[in-house]
Write a protein that binds this ligand. Sequence first.
Ligand SMILES: *Cc1c(COP(=O)(O)O)cnc(C)c1O
Length: 448
Amino acid sequence: MKTIIEPFRIKSVEPLRQTTPQERERFLEEAGYNLFLIEARNILIDLLTDSGTSAMSTEQWAAMMRGDESYAGSESFGRLKRAVQDLTGFRHVIPTHQGRAAERILFTVMCAPGQVVPNNTHFDTTRANIEFRGARAADLLCPEAADTQARLPFKGNMDAAALERLIRTEGAGRIPLVMLTVTNNSGGGQPVSLENIAEVKAVASRHGIPLYLDACRFAENAWFIQRREPGYADWTPKQVAQKMFSLADGCTFSAKKDAFANIGGMLCTNDDRLAEQEKDLLILTEGFPTYGGLAGRDLEAIAVGLAEVLDPDYLRYRIASTGYLGDHISSHGVPIVQPPGGHAIYIDAGRMLPHIPRSQFPGQALAVELYRHAGIRSVEIGSVMFGEQAPHELLRLAIPRRAYTQSHIDYVVEAILEVNQRREQIRGLEIVSQPQFLRHFSARFRPL
Ligand SMILES: *Cc1c(COP(=O)(O)O)cnc(C)c1O
């Protein structure tokens, strides 16, 4: 059979609320044309993020009832620790309430002002936590990724030669660790090959620098490797993931992505001395090392999610359904970042709306139009978010895990194609008010 189906049936449902075009126009006005400021109940299909928005399984809910809420020595932590060690091989597993808490602890312990931390592309919280320490976050993405239209298998790879040059110019002593983000979230959910992980590890090791994975989407990355990289066709996604982790010295992890949990994170390391310091900080701001800012039931949900995400039927469906959206709209002429990534489709709004200059925010204009037309929420990744540094004017459609069915996605496809047909009529926006930092969350706009 060719048809790829959702590999689950639905036991508990959450109603979606339809709104009228008149209502949506009013919500847009009230929100200053910023979709972050629209109430979730007024959104029909929410593609704002894949973070913390997964549907949990019956096994996860059942495990939550088993949650051991003991302050110290919780059995739930024991179960999570065994699951993580089986997958990653890392000696120390430190639970945190989110990925960014793991990042803050890691960089506080490992980084000093004036140092540099390279990555393929830093996620925004990773970059912010490094800069908050007074260090510099360097993006060393492979040059092929600059062309959004190039259909290459591993556009998340790091430029290993650029890493070697950076280490030589900065000096190894100023680079406390190298990171690789799998898949590369900010770069369109593009995967990193095992060959590249090994190459980066070799460069870092030669200079005595540890390699950490930002492993939020490790399972989606493992699936791409299994499908695309020569030599792994017979491997299970779990074996590929184990191989990925075996090349690293530690990882940070947000359980809100590939662990299907609504909250949670982790910091792992093989370094005993660092782990002691990290646990001291953890106690200060997150909690005792056997719960780290989470309830016992959350630890259970993460432990079960880590096993479920590596199910080949799930990963096949997951990657196929993201590609389904991307391929359907691009085959009708909507320009997207190619090839489709693991967790999101990025429309190149700069190309789609060439009549709207960057100063009038084509990505934001498209986000507003898609909500106005069909109640769909997406997010601008362009000049609103990054100011003049934005490399492209993109609109991200992130797909929550196991939450929407193919008919929901068909509705999204239809809405995008209808908006595309009358794209010349879409007008830009101007900013009427904005905060000093992270303006995309609360800026207000006016249509031109
Ligand atoms: C989400 C994410 C983080 C941060 O995790 P939170 O749980 O949101 O704090 C870090 N890195 C990447 C690549 C992410 O996608």
